[in-house]
Design a protein around this ligand. Structure first.
Ligand code: KIV
Length: 262
């Protein structure tokens, strides 16, 4: 099972694979497939709960989902997202909520969105013995500030800002970074600038690893498809077909046949 330390050691040696899960069944499948890390992302607010953004997700909900994910991830490192306003207000809030997530779920680490603005919170968590993954570039928890989900790092000034943020987070003690929806050149510059692994989502090929929302990658979630998502399956289409076949069987009295009852 990976730890923050062994994930750090993968930089430059092996590309890191991370995918999201919000429940036991999905984390069991990801473990079977051999991913390096499972992320209980606050994307659960959109994918699982059907909200328009990730903002309504609570600490209690992250704890609930992480507990379920942990049961399927017996040998896989689990990282839990800190939801909107569970850490932004103060170091105290970060320690109280980050501590709850780790203590009540057994997850190996937490992930926080933010750059220079959250350095005190990152340090407070790391000092308390909680491994922290950073998240820079496009930060979905700031959707109201952005007015959407823009691409980051397109100008030299933005690239410089991202590199600075990554360096400050590294100095504060994060063991790795997610960089989201960022121009490939800027993400490459960030990856080169730090010694910790940088895991991209919509951030091009130069990152040390890649993360996607599993429901996107499997074609299970169809409300929208970001440009960076490659669908490896069309599970939504297959599921609807299967449910239609079941419905036909029930209505046509073909199910249950003899072998399916006692
Ligand atoms: O919430 C999430 O699933 C994430 C990934 C998209 C990185 O933060």
């Amino acid at each position: 099972m990976h730890t923050a330390g062994s994930i750090k050691a993968l930089k430059g040696r092996k590309k890191i694979v991370m995918l999201t899960a919000y429940d036991y069944t999905m984390s069991s499948l990801l473990e079977k497939a051999g991913v390096d890390m499972i992320l209980v992302g606050d994307s659960l607010g959109m994918v699982f709960q059907g909200n328009a953004t990730t903002l309504p997700v609570t600490v209690d909900e992250v704890i609930y989902h992480t507990k379920a994910v942990m049961k399927g991830a017996k040998k896989t490192m689990v990282v839990a997202d800190m939801p909107f306003m569970s850490y932004q207000a103060s170091k105290g809030a970060a320690k109280k909520n980050g501590g709850r997530v780790i203590k009540e779920t057994g997850a190996a680490a937490v992930k926080l969105e933010g750059g220079a603005d959250i350095i005190p919170q990152v340090k407070a968590l790391v000092d308390a013995g909680i491994p922290v993954m950073g998240h820079i570039g496009m930060q979905p928890q700031s959707v109201k500030k952005y007015g959407g989900y823009p691409v980051f790092g397109r100008t030299p000034a933005e690239e410089k800002e991202l590199v600075e943020a990554a360096k400050r987070l590294e100095a504060a003690g994060v063991f790795s970074l997610v960089i989201e929806k960022t121009a490939a050149r800027a993400a490459g510059a960030v990856t080169k600038a730090v010694k910790i692994p940088v895991i991209g989502i919509g951030a091009g090929p130069e990152c040390d690893g890649q993360v996607l929302v599993t429901h996107d990658m499997l074609g299970f979630f169809e409300d929208f498809k970001p440009k960076f998502v490659k669908r490896y399956e069309r599970l939504a289409v297959r599921a609807v077909k299967a449910v239609k076949r079941f419905s036909e069987d029930v209505r046509g009295k073909k199910y249950p046949r003899r072998k399916y009852y006692f």
